[in-house]
Design a protein around this ligand. Structure first.
Ligand code: ZN
Length: 180
């Protein structure tokens, strides 16, 4: 959102040269820069110990495709706290580990999305009222059920397909090389 008026005093902003930022909308009355504002959301792929991933059906988001856990960040919250909270709220699962997959700009909603893989324990879902249904599927299957590339949900799931050990703890023993 680009400010047409100062949200504090209602004055019309002018453009002012501010350091490396170049020309920035500026309120002369409040002596404040009025940088454009945008929402920040998390999007998370919950992965269980068998390597299966949780996909959701949420009719208000898509009739055609499954979706991932997602939600708006609250002021004062870290992206990690938000991701764990959203997975708890939507699926009823506790997160033990998070790995960042990337950050993504969602043009049509003017929104920054922060992507995570989240380790959860495989158990029955306890769905929120916002979720119609949830299923465990393989990551390969997930790519066929999500909105296709380059949708952000697809990119997050594809990160796990490309990095299947991303959630493994670094001190876990290596795979056995073979049997003598
Ligand atoms: Zn002002």
């Amino acid at each position: 959102m680009r400010f047409q008026f100062c949200p504090h005093c209602g004055s019309k902003p002018v453009l002012k040269e501010i350091g490396d930022e170049g020309l920035v909308p500026w309120c002369e009355n409040c002596k404040l820069p009025l940088f454009p504002m945008f929402a920040t959301c998390i999007i998370a792929l919950a992965v269980n110990e068998d390597g299966e991933v949780a996909l959701l059906r949420q009719g208000y988001l898509s009739q055609q495709y499954h979706v991932l856990v997602s939600g708006y960040m609250k002021p004062g919250e870290s992206a990690e706290t938000c991701a764990a909270r959203e997975i708890r709220e939507e699926l009823g699962l506790e997160v033990s580990r998070l790995v960042l997959t990337g950050t993504y700009w969602l043009e049509k909603k003017d929104m920054l999305m922060i992507g995570f893989l989240a380790r959860v324990h495989k158990q029955d879902f306890h769905l929120s009222g916002e979720v119609d249904q949830a299923v465990w599927v393989t990551s390969q299957k997930a790519l066929t059920l999500l909105h296709p590339y380059p949708a952000i949900s697809y990119l997050v799931a594809d990160y796990f397909v490309q990095h299947p050990h991303a959630l493994d703890l670094p001190n876990q023993p290596a795979e056995p090389c073979g049997v003598n």
